[in-house]
Design a protein around this ligand. Structure first.
Ligand SMILES: [Zn+2]
Ligand SMILES: [Zn+2]
Length: 380
């Protein structure tokens, strides 16, 4: 038996529990979506989500390689690189491991038949200059155990590695978080011993690194450099995400991914921003945003249209085109993996017109946001 007051409450509960559970499930599904990396392919290329800087207990990380595989599969990544420090082994007394390929070999076993591509890498961990760098696509990391840092870079290159400068703006090596560019770095770049640069590392971003990538034609990279747990570090329960390098590759094979990296075909997803060279970002933005429906509202010259966002980034758009909106101001957001309904005042009925938006959270150079054009052919 239920007491009268309680009975009332119970009835209210029965009446509203549907709404409550719907609300909860929306929250859960939203958060679940946000943890997953989901970007459309672009013309001619597959868009592969990669985290190319990862540590485990085999250097100074806190987890065994199997956890890294589970995290990557949970986030629906396509590619990860195991990049233990060559020179740092924090848990050596407990976990002696003379073989520097061990972390990669274990991770490869755990990833078997999962579709996740695992790359063999190492973090060359030196004082500035040259600082830290990752060499990935290594054949044998043990051969990189050399005293002179330049010899290490050369051995990595001999093995066909793609090498990128890690966190050049790291405050532990550069207290003002600017980049202590040294003639040694220029020499490494000119000799093809540095091919890319981290513009994003973990929770940090460097505009100077982005400018350096543009000036020296380096591949733009963003990585987690994870040592702890991905979900805790990036608060994926609250809609956060790890930094990801999107690689535009003809195939999901190591050979093809390597070619894409050497060709600079990347963009970085960081704290819900997309960072990359203009020619790389534009096709991704065009592929992500699509007009799903457009129709003139009866007896008006106002078009009701639906813009679909097929990516994991909520795009912040600023209208820079010829027409204003009936329903919105000139800045609005198209949520991730969702859509936005907007009413456009075209002044008179048109068979076809273009919308133009500056995408505020896409960055192609310091302080620079690309403008995209979206063509609309509305129904009358
Ligand atoms: Zn480092
Ligand atoms: Zn690292």
């Amino acid at each position: 038996m239920i007491q009268p007051v309680l009975k009332n409450l119970y009835q209210i509960f029965l009446k509203y529990n549907f709404i409550y559970f719907s609300f909860v499930s929306v929250l859960i599904s939203k958060n679940t979506n946000r943890a997953v990396v989901d970007f459309p392919n672009i013309p001619g290329y597959k868009t592969l989500a990669c985290d190319l800087h990862i540590h485990t207990v085999f250097s100074d990380g806190s987890v065994w390689p199997d956890i890294r595989i589970q995290e990557a599969l949970k986030d629906q990544l396509d590619v990860i690189a195991m990049t233990e420090h060559l020179e740092i082994q924090n848990w050596k007394a407990d976990i002696p491991h003379p073989d520097r390929n061990r972390s990669f070999n274990l991770a490869t076993e755990y990833a078997q038949n999962s579709g996740l591509v695992v790359l063999n890498g190492s973090e060359i961990t030196r004082e500035m200059p040259p600082g830290h760098a990752n060499a990935i696509f290594l054949k044998d990391a043990n051969k990189l155990l050399l005293k002179n840092p330049l010899d290490v870079y050369k051995e990595a290159k001999n093995q066909g590695a793609f090498i990128f400068w890690n966190h050049p703006h790291w405050i532990a090596q550069s207290p003002d978080a600017n980049i202590p560019l040294d003639p040694m770095h220029i020499k490494l770049i000119k000799n093809g011993l540095i091919n890319g640069i981290e513009v994003v590392n973990d929770t940090t971003f460097s505009e100077e690194a982005l400018q350096l990538a543009l000036d020296y034609d380096l591949t733009i990279i963003g990585t987690s450099d994870i040592h702890g747990i991905i979900d805790w570090q990036y608060r994926t329960d609250q809609g956060g995400h790890r930094p990801v390098t999107l690689v535009f590759s003809t195939e999901k094979t190591k050979k093809s991914i390597k070619k894409a990296l050497f060709s600079g075909r990347t963009a970085v997803w960081f704290k819900d921003n997309l960072i990359g060279k203009y020619e790389r970002l534009l096709p991704l933005l065009q592929a992500s945003l699509e007009i799903e429906k457009a129709e003139y509202i009866k007896n008006s010259s106002v078009v009701n249209l639906k813009i679909k966002n097929k990516s994991s980034v909520p795009f912040i758009m600023r209208n820079v085109g010829d027409f204003n909106f009936y329903s919105d101001t000139n800045i609005f957001t198209v949520e991730a993996n969702s859509f936005k309904i907007i009413d456009v005042k075209t002044k008179r009925k048109l068979r076809k017109f273009d919308l133009q938006f500056e995408v505020i959270n896409a960055i192609t150079a310091p302080d620079t946001h690309p403008v995209i054009k979206i063509s609309v052919s509305p129904k009358w």
